[in-house]
Design a binder for this molecule. Structure first.
Ligand code: AMP
Ligand code: GLY
Length: 437
């Protein structure tokens, strides 16, 4: 008789680890809990919401050696990497370099492919090479800063200046004035405004249009397109004020007509996948394409190598398939055998944030109203459980309230009704999510 080493292999149930601590990781955990294929679910470091439904493991996500230890200690068979930083830092490559971990399914690309998010220059060159529509651009370093000034002189405003590397969502500046653009270019290149991330700066043409988020899941060979979503990035109503990680989202996106969707597939998704496959990027995981609709045509603003947040809180609830089954296709490139089933209903999410976010804000306020009966789902983002067992605020974005509805109006109305029950000191949320649709 042959004994199988891992008990979970015997009955095909998996031990799964999600890396991250936001609303995105909470919704991924919520969805995996509905799977018939998981044996045990861990989230590291997680938040108060993930602690309710699975086991949190305290962890600094930059500590790859600790992640390795956890994978071995808990006999994990699938790891889902939520945020971009560990992927851009090479977590995937590190894990597969370890003999004992070779069998693990890793959702998230290798370091080279993660440059699609980790380097704006790499992403722009990828698009150029694969004929993917995007804003015209040029890259500069301190060695050719003079050419950067000339570029600004010779091109019309507004100027879009992008730090090449990861800058926590703050590395993009849109500037009307020539002199100010030059000053900022100097700050970025010579005075390390965004540290290492701005050693190189991409300056690009400003595109005017409406943004939307497009998601693909790929096993490295086949791919499926997930529902589109619209994210509300600005802190204030009517899209005023500073950029945030996202104050709310809706899916589907009503202005994506059949014809526009076809253009996205033909001009963007297909060449992106072709570029990945023929460029030997060995990409397995989510690809998030930030798009902008200019006139009737789609252009790529950026690639991300993960799900969006708060887009995940509206996209994942619309996927009817078993998520573990979907992720398992990475093992043997069998995604081609799976048909994606999408819930026809709309989902809207509204993000409750700490007053002061995205600038300075206080943490540690007690949150109430989360246990009230509601048709909506409360996905936790910046929350934790304090020493008295109370749920308290622990970040800028605190709770995403998602609701299903037969149409956008209904979904949005439900989320607003539910968010009204949540109380914590200095709570803030936008009152106009989805009203433009
Ligand atoms: P990114 O980090 O590249 O997504 O840029 C952040 C935000 O800046 C985007 O979501 C857009 O709102 C804006 N943005 C970036 N590039 C452009 C562009 N070429 N034209 C207009 N807006 C842009
Ligand atoms: N909501 C935008 C992002 O996740 O980057």
């Amino acid at each position: 008789m042959v004994f199988l080493k891992r008990n979970s292999y015997k009955n095909n149930l998996m031990k799964i680890l999600i890396i991250g601590s936001g609303g995105r990781e909470n919704v991924l955990a919520w969805k995996i809990k509905q799977s018939s294929k998981y044996a045990k679910l861990f989230v590291a470091p997680g938040n108060a919401g993930t602690a309710e439904i699975c086991q949190n493991i305290d962890l600094d996500i930059k500590d790859f050696a600790k992640i390795k230890d956890i994978l071995i200690e808990f006999s994990i068979e699938m790891i889902i990497v939520g945020p971009e930083a560990p992927l851009v830092g090479g977590l995937h490559d590190y894990l597969i370099s370890i003999e004992e971990l070779r069998h693990i399914i890793i959702v998230g690309p290798k370091k080279e492919a993660a440059k699609l998010e980790g380097s704006k220059k790499f992403a722009k060159e990828f698009m150029l090479k694969n004929n993917i529509p995007t804003a015209k651009h040029q890259s500069f370093t301190k060695e050719n800063i003079e050419q950067g000034y000339n570029y600004i002189d010779n091109n019309p405003s507004p100027y879009v200046l992008k730090a090449d590397g990861l800058a926590s969502g703050k590395g993009v500046l849109i500037i009307d004035n020539k002199n100010e653009a030059k000053r900022e270019l100097k700050e970025m290149l010579l005075n390390s405004k965004f540290g290492e991330a701005s050693k190189m700066v991409v300056i690009e043409e400003f595109l005017s249009g409406t943004e939307l988020s497009c998601f693909i899941f790929t096993d490295g060979k086949g791919y499926v397109t997930l529902p589109f979503a619209k994210d509300y990035k600005k802190i204030g109503e009517n899209d005023k004020g500073l950029n945030t990680g996202g104050m709310g989202a809706v899916s589907p996106v009503p202005f994506v007509s059949k014809d526009f969707e076809r253009k996205i597939h033909e001009r963007i998704i297909k060449p992106t996948m072709k570029g990945i496959i023929y460029g030997n990027l060995e990409y397995k995981g989510f690809i998030f394409i930030g798009l902008i609709k200019v006139g009737e045509n789609p252009y790529v603003i950026e690639y991300n190598v993960r799900m969006g947040d708060p887009e995940a809180e509206v996209v994942i609830p619309r996927i009817k398939n078993d998520l573990v089954e979907l992720f398992s296709t990475i093992k043997n490139n069998s995604l081609g055998n799976i048909e994606l089933e999408i819930d026809k209903r709309s989902v809207a999410t509204i993000m409750a944030v700490s007053g002061g976010y995205p600038e300075n804000y206080k943490k540690g306020y007690k949150i109430s109203g989360l246990n009230r009966r509601s048709e909506s789902i409360f996905f936790h983002a910046g929350t934790k459980i304090d020493s008295d067992g109370e749920v308290i605020t622990a970040g800028g974005r605190v709770i995403a309230v998602s609701s299903y509805g037969d149409n956008h109006n209904e979904a949005i109305k439900k989320s607003y009704k539910a968010i009204d029950k949540i109380k914590f000191k200095n709570i803030n949320y936008r009152k106009d999510i989805g009203f433009d649709l």
